[in-house]
Design a protein around this ligand. Sequence first.
Ligand SMILES: Nc1ncnc2c1ncn2[C@@H]1O[C@H](COP(=O)(O)OP(=O)(O)O)[C@@H](O)[C@H]1O
Ligand SMILES: [Mg+2]
Length: 543
Amino acid sequence: MSRLLSSTRARLVLFQVLILGLAGLVTSYAIFKLVTVPAQQESDAVLYEQWNKVSSGLQLQADGSVAYSQGALPETEGDAQIPIEAVVLTKDGVIAHTDSRILPDSFLSQSAASVFAGKGGAMVDWHDRNGAPRRVYYEQQALGDQPNQVPVVVVVSRSTAELQATTRRLLLLLAGGSLLVTLVGAALAWLLVDRTLRPVRAIAAAARSIGDRDLHRRVDVPTPADELRELRATFNQMLGRLERSFEGMRRFTADASHELRSPLTVIRTAVDVALARPRAPADYQKVLQSVQVEVDHMGRVLEQLLLLAQADAGSLRPLLREIDVADLVEELAARWRGAAEAKQVEVVAEIPDVGTVQADPDLLRRALDNLVENAVRHSPALAQVTVSARSGDGAWLFEVADQGAGIPEDLREEVFRRFVRADSVRTRRGGGAGLGLALGAAIARAHQGELTLARRPGPGAVFQLRLPAPERPPSGGAGGETPSPGFAGYSPDSPPREAGFAGTPAAGEPPPPPASPGTPPTPRGREPHRASPLTPPGSLISS
Ligand SMILES: Nc1ncnc2c1ncn2[C@@H]1O[C@H](COP(=O)(O)OP(=O)(O)O)[C@@H](O)[C@H]1O
Ligand SMILES: [Mg+2]
């Protein structure tokens, strides 16, 4: 039963049956009463009339006997075809009656006794031994004048078999009609519900048949232009989102494994070659250095991936510290100056506004370092990279501008996606895995800010990192009374991040600026896994 009721169709049909059944019951009752009550009243009226006729025609004779004025007691009343039995009783028994006698003496004497006992007359139903029904009316009547008045009881009765038969036929008709209406209603409801639910079942079947390998498929069962069409559209939209998400994940996995496999190949080849024959210590050192470079790169990629995964999961929560903006920008520029000089590029810091910003020093440095690293890497010789910070509109705007080739119009959005690198092979030298800007954007979002590529006339790219400014007014300036750990002073406070890559000594750190001029910021000199063409846009969950 509960299994049957678990189907919507069965429930709707059952509901319909209950409604129709109840309606049938109420209607039948009303019709039954409307028909039978007047019929009963009419039948009773005939009996009253006959009683009146008989009792008013009774006369007390001089000898004390009772006679009916018109001879024998009448057996019918009006045009009624059903004979009416009439009996007159005194305390001593029956004194007059119609030719036909049906009511037994016992019943008659009982009725008379109750009347003589002062209980009054009544209209009652009586059944003979075979169950044939009769309606009986008895009441007292006084005959003769005072003081010789004689009380008599006049009993009239007639068969109600015909009335009962009519009533029974009516009942049968009403019950049959109600049942028929209920059944037909249930059948129609079943068909209607079936028709309505058919598209739902079709949608469900189509949905069941779509696996994670064919998410490109769509549910296209015909539906009426109603809520079902909306359901179908919603379902297809969800499929679209799932498809994009799965596709992103697939591409991401492919990109990530490619990015990690290439340095492994380089390491394996270098080690194989080194072990092929005995070598001088200097050769081994060279090999180990190249292995270190690859391991560094892998560590950096893994760490970026873990941070991005944290951002995707919404668990990249900045550990906010108050950072002095002037210190931060100065230190940032100073840190990259050595690497830039090697390329004859000048790094200039511009700090028109002073104050502090609430940010996670580790994350903020990571985002800004990547911007400066990109700018230096894409700058031609004798060019300038400008790092600046301005406050206004309740936000701090950090800007890194260079005079390089800039970002092609069609890649302005793409560069923020994971594993996207727009570089030519030449400029790609020393670059990362194409995760820096994606991570920078995620870091900005985690701070309720944003990382954008500004539009500026002239050559070069201008990246802007906007961070909300602290609520209270900025303090007097760099090195004021406010404790400002500055950029360099962040590391002791910042607990190690879970995403830290334990294998690399510089876990979580961007490449340290070279100690001496002449070395690029990311001293890699490694080409193989950078030689891949521009990786198509891909993201783990969405972008
Ligand atoms: N200042 C810039 N000038 C020109 N192209 C840039 C600049 N910054 C970033 N790009 C382009 O955006 C791509 C993505 O940058 P990023 O996410 O930092 O990755 P990566 O530095 O590892 O290549 C770079 O590969 C490069 O093609
Ligand atoms: Mg980068």
